[in-house]
Design a protein around this ligand. Structure first.
Ligand code: NAD
Length: 426
């Protein structure tokens, strides 16, 4: 099933049991607006290449839309809309005054030179400058975009507007108004969610083997923090494949090595860190099917499907990526008692600290790292409590509980803007 149809089907299924009116569910069936734009970019050899770009503002009942920009060859209109719908639910689950949005460019960024990447990023912001804005739609980084790219985009927006507007985009370099702690925020938030879960079910870090798919921004920080807390990281991977060691890896050395060589494959393993530890090379598919206590997909969506769900042996899955488990595989996992800590809660640390960045920009008052981390912890534990309570009292899987919390908040906002219910009796 197409990723957007799958996302819609999940909202419809969970919404029906959440006590949300059909009128509210109707409002969530399509995005508020999607802008598609051609980005002509001058390449270093003098030629011009065209890249197709999207920005979707899905629903803004709770506030301006918020969501990352992805650079990837597989970006599509449907993927951007699904990601924007998930952002809508996520911001509501963790109680942010935001709706959901998302953007993307169909491009393989690894093929571009740094200058071509800068021209592409500036072209994106030129195309979207009337669609985004500090009180309408606030972008951020996602897969294969980072602080430097956000900095170029902020600069382009300010050049167009002829004024400073650091609050138009988050995940910026610190020097341009970025927040301390934003780089680690998604991984730290996920770590805090896993910690809350471990407390509830009595999971012992030393007895918990963890497999992490995707050692990028989100995956690296969650793996690092889990390891520091005593968990055993037995497998990691990137787009080119993975490595496995029953003994467990030192995440920091692996990551530093990957930064130097750009691939875990180079760590496979002459004269490098993993010579220190017995390991074997595995594929990304094998990583998903390992016998571990905790599986952490932290790369792309759609990796656990009806095709492989029967072979998943992990006792729990923490969705650090957006949408790694497709809706069609939900039922099979809950029937087998596999606990899924859903993306809309588990990876919300990123948008929470993006919200803090936006608040700091609007106040013109930067926070300390301690303040950022403390407030992130408060928000995550509050959101986890609310979701866990619904999970227990309404006897539904954790994903359904999170969606129920989010959908009810969105419903309240939509109804306050005015629906048939609101006007009943007039
Ligand atoms: P990133 O670009 O920093 O890292 C992506 C990682 O995934 C890289 O290590 C890459 O090698 C790996 N990868 C790519 N294709 C793969 C494949 N087919 N199999 C295995 N690994 C593959 O991106 P990121 O920001 O860490 O985002 C990862 C996921 O987390 C995405 O789903 C994203 O939407 C989600 N997420 C990110 C943030 C954030 O703040 N960065 C916030 C919330 C959710």
């Amino acid at each position: 099933m197409d990723v957007f149809d799958d996302a819609l089907a999940r909202v419809a299924r969970i919404g029906a049991g959440a006590g949300v009116t059909p009128e509210v569910l109707d409002a969530l069936r399509q995005p508020k607006a999607v802008l598609a734009a051609d980005l002509p970019v001058r390449m270093d050899d003098g030629s011009t290449e065209h890249f197709l770009a999207y920005r979707c503002r899905y629903n803004d009942a709770l506030g301006p839309t918020k969501g990352g920009i992805r650079y990837h060859p597989d970006v599509s209109r449907g993927e951007v809309m699904a990601l924007a719908l998930w952002m809508t639910i996520k911001c509501a689950v963790v109680g942010l005054p935001y709706g959901g949005g998302k953007g993307g460019v169909i491009v393989d960024p690894k093929r571009l030179s740094p200058r071509e990447l800068e021209r592409l990023s500036r072209a994106y912001m030129r195309a979207m400058a009337d669609f985004v804005g500090p009180t309408t739609d606030i972008p951020a980084p996602d897969v294969y975009t980072n602080a430097r790219i956000m900095g170029w985009m902020a600069d382009e927006y300010e050049t167009i507007r002829r004024e400073k507007a650091p609050d138009v985009i988050t995940g910026k370099p610190i020097a341009l108004g970025g927040s301390l702690g934003r780089d680690e925020a998604t991984g730290r938030g996920a770590f805090l969610v896993i910690r809350e879960y471990a407390k509830r079910v009595g999971l012992e870090p030393a007895e918990t083997r963890v497999a992490v798919q995707g050692l990028g921004n989100a995956g690296y920080h969650v793996a690092r923090l889990l390891q520091q807390a005593g968990y055993r990281i037995v497998a990691v991977s990137d787009s080119r494949g993975g490595i496995y060691s029953e003994e467990g890896f030192d995440v920091e050395s692996l990551y530093q090595h990957k930064q130097q060589t750009r691939s875990l494959q180079a760590v496979y393993c002459e004269g490098s860190v993993c010579e220190l530890v017995e390991h074997k090379a595995i594929s990304n598919e094998e990583l998903l099917e390992l016998d571990v206590e905790l599986l952490v997909p932290a790369a792309l969506e759609g990796v656990v499907t009806p095709g492989n769900v029967g072979r998943i042996r992990a006792a729990a899955i923490a969705e650090v990526a957006n949408g790694p488990v497709v809706g069609e595989a939900d039922a099979a996992l809950s029937e087998r008692g596999v606990v899924v800590l859903p993306d809309v809660l588990t990876n919300a640390g990123g948008v929470i600290v993006s919200y803090f960045e936006w608040v700091q920009n609007r106040q013109g008052y930067p926070w300390t790292l301690e303040r950022v981390r403390g407030r992130l912890e408060d928000r995550i534990s509050g959101a986890f409590d609310a979701v866990w309570k619904v999970h227990q009292t309404e006897d539904v899987p954790v994903r359904d509980a999170a969606y129920r919390v989010g959908l009810r908040r969105i419903a309240e906002a939509i109804e306050s803007h005015g629906t048939r219910e609101y006007f009943a009796g007039d």
